[in-house]
Design a protein around this ligand. Structure first.
Ligand code: ADP
Ligand code: MG
Length: 255
């Protein structure tokens, strides 16, 4: 699948919280259609970076451009409307509602007829809803989600995390930002998540910026890796390059 995504260019990005430099002069580029990993020990500034990219935090200095457009002054919903979606570290789904309905909520932004017409079951709205439902089922299948009528609260943790990924994809993003998608998962669950991410890229042509502290998880899947430590970029390259970088090894071994 050809990618419709555009380059994400992070340039000399700095974020300060009072006296703390959470990010200092960090630069990297996520190429269209690539999987770019942002890794580093706890407290390195990974989530802070993701929060700036999605408009949750304000940058102190530097720029973030998506397709040439400056994002640093935009509100989160404006950034989302440009095709940049994210998942959150804590699950934000409605537990009593079915998987299908949780996913359909993410389509409302794309629907012409809106909540009211949908609720009244007007014919045009019904047709449109059917189209959206078909697309939602396609995305769910891609991620290996099968029991779409079940309330989300009855699913295992690993499956719920894949529903979250599916919900982000249901907004039809070009660039997906993932913050530690396999945190707290057992091995089978992280393998299922890795496959879901790989298939999403292959089938939907999206770019992925994957934040992760476990270096081994990203090595098999990333095209390129940026390594942060104490808010600074200490390495940037292919997985093979950063894996044998002396400074990266030192950061991970805490030496
Ligand atoms: P990572 O995701 O790599 O573990 P974070 O980006 O969460 O790291 O945190 C980087 C540093 O910034 C940490 O020292 C953290 O305590 C600090 N930090 C993050 N968010 C805030 C905030 N909202 N206010 C103050 N300090 C923060
Ligand atoms: Mg974090």
């Amino acid at each position: 699948v050809e990618s419709h995504a555009q380059p994400l260019e992070v340039e000399a990005l700095s974020v300060r919280f009072g006296g703390l430099a959470a990010l200092s002069d960090v630069s990297f580029t996520v190429e269209p259609g690539s999987l770019h990993a942002l890794i580093g020990p706890n407290g390195a500034g990974k989530s802070t970076c993701l929060n700036v990219l999605s408009g949750v935090y304000e940058a102190t200095a530097g720029s973030v451009r998506y397709g040439g457009r400056e994002l640093t002054k935009l509100r989160p919903h404006r950034i989302a409307a440009l095709g940049v979606a994210r998942t959150f570290q804590n699950i934000a789904l409605s537990p009593r509602v079915s998987v299908l309905d949780n996913l359909l909520v993410a389509r409302h932004r794309l629907m012409r007829s809106g909540f009211l017409a949908d609720g009244l079951r007007l014919p045009a709205a019904r047709r449109e809803r059917a189209e959206h439902e078909a697309r939602v089922r396609e995305i769910a299948e891609l991620l290996g989600l099968t029991e779409l009528e079940r309330p989300v609260g009855t699913l295992s943790y690993g499956t719920r995390k894949r529903v979250e990924l599916a919900r982000a994809l249901c907004a039809e993003p070009e660039l997906l930002l993932l913050d530690e998608p396999v945190a707290g998962m057992v091995r089978d669950e992280s393998a299922a998540m890795a496959e879901a991410i790989t298939r999403s890229r292959a089938e939907l042509g999206i770019s992925v910026l994957l934040v992760e502290h476990d270096m081994t998880f990203v090595m098999g899947m990333a095209d390129r890796v940026t390594v942060l430590d104490f808010g600074k970029r200490i390495a940037d390259g292919t997985p093979a390059e950063v894996q044998r970088d002396a400074e990266v090894l030192r950061a991970y071994l805490g030496g």
